[in-house]
Design a protein around this ligand. Structure first.
Ligand SMILES: *[C@@H]1O[C@H](CO)[C@@H](O)[C@H](O)[C@H]1NC(C)=O
Ligand SMILES: *[C@@H]1O[C@H](CO)[C@@H](O)[C@H](O)[C@H]1NC(C)=O
Ligand SMILES: *[C@@H]1O[C@H](CO)[C@@H](O)[C@H](O)[C@H]1NC(C)=O
Ligand SMILES: *[C@@H]1O[C@H](CO)[C@@H](O)[C@H](O)[C@H]1NC(C)=O
Length: 320
């Protein structure tokens, strides 16, 4: 089954040779214990796309898309939900009563599975406390992080001693998670395969110094995330191009800016080039100093048309 899906998956997540993105599903949990009460925030992510949320007032899963149930039956989803309810209850007690963490206390947990070429899906779980690595779960065993100190060693000892728990977690990560992820990819195919073209525009940023210009190329509104942006002189990529982080827009599309610091006299002839899977090989190219919009072209066309009309007018007058 996996083999049948692989070509589809690689097309979906690469969109070109340069763009590698792994296939993964993971849950993120942040819990804080402040002033004797817990606040839990939980979310589920297919790669970079959020597909689930935890409703901590009703202790239920919120499905963010109609296809967020993948191909699991209601019964199987309710079993998973019950497992999380149990987990949220138990871990509160574990950290406070057994490990004696003191108020205030912040916990971050990432747990999921990731496809590795040749090895299939590998499960993982990482726990951080007060922002530092605390312990991880690999191959059926919890391992303390060096920074976790004695408390991490104690936590791993207690957890590893509970074989029923480590086996259940291992099954969840090595069986349930990959099955769910593949089902989700299949069910959400139409959404995940959609392509949205980027818009791009140029501006100048804060001058980096006397006689210098900061050229900024904005690329916005594209989906999926992998994108290539470079300042060019002809066919020559400018190595000084600085790419910012790819940031989310509110509508689920992405935004990126690429800047180049140049001497003011050298800006002419530079262009920003954008490659994206939605462009079908027709790269966007914006030239620095060229008219930014169609306005320039329209003006030019109007002037040419006027000149022609005037010329025609003279010609007709002469003939009549
Ligand atoms: C802590 O909680 C108690 C009761 O739950 C409340 O009265 C108090 O104002 C809270 N303190 C702070 C600093 O939030
Ligand atoms: C979360 O659960 C509460 C209580 O059942 C409910 O009122 C609320 O609408 C739920 N929130 C979402 C976003 O589903
Ligand atoms: C994982 O554990 C199994 C036995 O539980 C062992 O045979 C195997 O070598 C371990 N693999 C790694 C990568 O540690
Ligand atoms: C869901 O899809 C996956 C991948 O195609 C498959 O392995 C699995 O058996 C399907 N059904 C369930 C209930 O997991």
């Amino acid at each position: 089954m996996l083999f049948l899906l692989l070509p589809f998956l690689s097309a979906l997540f690469q969109g070109g040779d340069r763009f590698e993105e792994s296939i993964s599903y993971h849950l993120m949990q942040t819990s804080s214990f402040h002033n004797h009460s817990w606040v839990h925030v939980g979310s589920g992510w297919l790669g970079e796309l959020q597909t689930h949320r935890w409703n901590s007032s009703s202790n239920t899963i919120i499905y963010l898309y109609p296809w967020s149930r993948g191909n699991f039956s209601n019964k199987e989803l309710m079993d998973v939900e019950r497992l999380f309810q149990l987990y949220f209850n138990e871990h509160q007690d574990f950290y406070i009563s057994q490990l004696m963490f003191k108020d205030p206390f912040d916990l971050q947990v990432t747990v999921g599975c990731e496809l590795h070429s040749g090895k299939g899906f590998l499960g993982f779980k990482q726990v951080a406390i007060q922002g530092h690595d605390f312990m991880s779960f690999q191959n059926e065993t919890f391992l303390p992080s060096p920074r976790g100190g004695e408390k991490a060693q104690k936590a791993c000892k207690l957890l590893n001693f509970n074989e029923a728990y480590t086996q259940r977690l291992y099954r969840l990560l090595s069986d349930t998670c990959p099955r769910f992820t593949l089902g989700l990819l299949e069910a959400g195919k139409a959404h995940l395969q959609q392509l949205v073209k980027p818009e791009a525009w140029l501006s100048s940023g804060h001058s980096p110094g006397p006689g210098r210009l900061l050229l900024v190329c904005h690329v916005s509104g594209f989906y999926p995330k992998p994108v290539w942006v470079m300042w060019m002189r002809g066919e020559q990529g400018q190595l000084g191009t600085q790419r910012g982080d790819i940031l989310p827009n509110a509508d689920g599309t992405w935004y990126l800016q690429a800047t180049l610091d140049v001497a003011a006299g050298e800006a002419a002839g530079l262009a920003c080039r954008v490659k994206h899977s939605s462009l079908g090989g027709q790269d966007l190219i914006l030239h620095w100093g060229a008219p930014q919009s169609a306005l320039g072209l329209i003006l030019f066309a109007v002037i040419v048309a006027l000149a022609l009309l005037t010329g025609l007018g003279f010609w007709f007058r002469k003939r009549w």
